[in-house]
Design a protein around this ligand. Sequence first.
Ligand code: ADP
Ligand code: ZN
Length: 609
Amino acid sequence: MATPLQVLKSYYGYPAFRPMQEEIINSVLRRKDSLVLMPTGGGKSVCFQIPALMMEGTAVVVSPLISLMKDQVETLKANGIPAETLNSGNSEEVNQMVHRRCEQGKVKLLYISPERLMGEIPWMVQSLDISLFAIDEAHCISQWGHDFRPEYIQLGVLHERFPMVPVIALTATADKLTKADIVERLHLRDPQIFISSFDRPNLSLDVKRGYSSGEKLRTILNIIKRHPHESGIIYCLSRKITDKLAGRLREKGVSAGAYHAGLSMEERNQVQEAFVNDRIDVVVATIAFGMGIDKSNVRFVIHYNLPKSIESFYQEIGRGGRDGLPTETLLFFNVQDLITLRSFADSSGQQEINHEKLNRMQEYAEAQVCRRRILLNYFGETSERDCGNCDVCNTPPRRFNGTVLVQKALSAIMRAKEQIGFTLTAEILRGSLTPEVAARGYQSLKTFGAGRDISSRDWQDYLLQMLQMGFIEIAYNEDRHLKVTPLGKDVLFGRKQAELAFVVREDLRKGKRSKAAGDKPLEPSASSASSGKAENPELYERLRKLRRQIADEKDWPAYVIMSDKTLHILAAEQPVTLEAFGKIFGIGEHKRDSYGKQFIEAIKEFNAR
Ligand code: ADP
Ligand code: ZN
């Protein structure tokens, strides 16, 4: 009998397991219950798919979203694995055909929605030889989790009805409470619990703070320019911002769609499908987007506004780079977002928890140490080394003695009787006679104009740093006025010194190539994955077209036919025999036999030009 590794190679064309996959597969093969925690894109699917292929009978996979099931079934079929789905989107005819094929033992994996499952149990008991149950997105069973699905509760009966069938539960998000809840509600028996690292080293991390909307737009356009014809997601806080930004991008010639809860289901599905099938490059979305898609070639994820928690943030950036290739993530952070989110938290049912989550998000955005270490630490992992793939690692902040500067700002705040917020403080320091300054008579303050030499934007940044260092705080219940803390008073009266970090700004003027570290072009993607041969970009384009053509014929997303990574390697290695083609990363036997000829022909033709 084949080993799990042989199955991985022959069906998926991958040379090796990722950490933990093999242990998990072996545990399922021993018919033990398991709980698997792995980050989004970590590779959970093969953990139940390979046992399904190796065991007698049909594996039943419960998954919460029809689009996810569809995606997974297409991916399996593209690898020559017989898989089907039973869901409310199917016609009665299709569902009957699926039943029959299952009864004949022709289906190795059957995907099913939780609400459908209950009705199918009698049929399963009577006619189906079940190898295992896989419960995907298992956190949906817990009320503690963030997307509780009442239908999941019923899954508790599975063990009772099918006492001999092992259950494997998988999720990317589970804190301690949720974890215990999953085990209890699914009645898992002495389960093996597998917790893999949550690190996603191919995602770069970058934070830009205090950017105006014009600067955000230019930064975004720069990123898009670095990724021609590639996919990206931009998350925004509100529908209004989403629509506006999508419109601005389209004006600039970007193929972009908007996605939010204000659109009809049909409009949303259209945008999602166009994105999945590479007909539009960029989706600007509220958090409503992304849950139902497995698209592996998302090359950048941008947060236009601050997310409300690290959990949401990590899940959202996790939708990038599932294929393991370098992927950019960028978070814009400014005080206005923080204020908006604070008021959301105030009016939410769980004030305390939500403020606490926001605090942690804010700490991340303001951090001056390796950002990945903060994230991993948040998820209960410690890492001993700086990552080398975040903005703090790449451009460590340089500091100077900012005592005088801080004193000027604190003195302005004190003289205005702590009745001013960020903007007014900066205006007073700059000596700008704005209507508000004039109305309140602040032009006669002694500190008026004391910081003329520093731009208003830099003042905003220094004020933010002062907030971070605890010299000032925002009185959220008093019109968000700034208050000087006891620590701040120590600096103001010369009892303590204050260090500030230089404000580094990219040159965002039009037409100028920015030289900031985050703007380095990513290394050619193939070099790290193949024998080191350089990729031919023209050939890559040619092969991409071929992939598109094949995908259109099948009505499948292009990445189901072949991942971007595989395509990059093909454009570097340029195999011209079926044998060499079959050795390429991501090409299993089925893909070799189905598409090998066409790709080899295209490569030969290209080289004969
Ligand atoms: P998850 O469900 O954990 O979010 P997936 O199961 O969709 O992640 O896997 C993410 C991507 O990684 C998929 O494209 C999958 O084919 C790929 N993958 C999984 N295991 C391996 C492996 N051992 N080697 C290379 N790629 C893998
Ligand atoms: Zn780092």
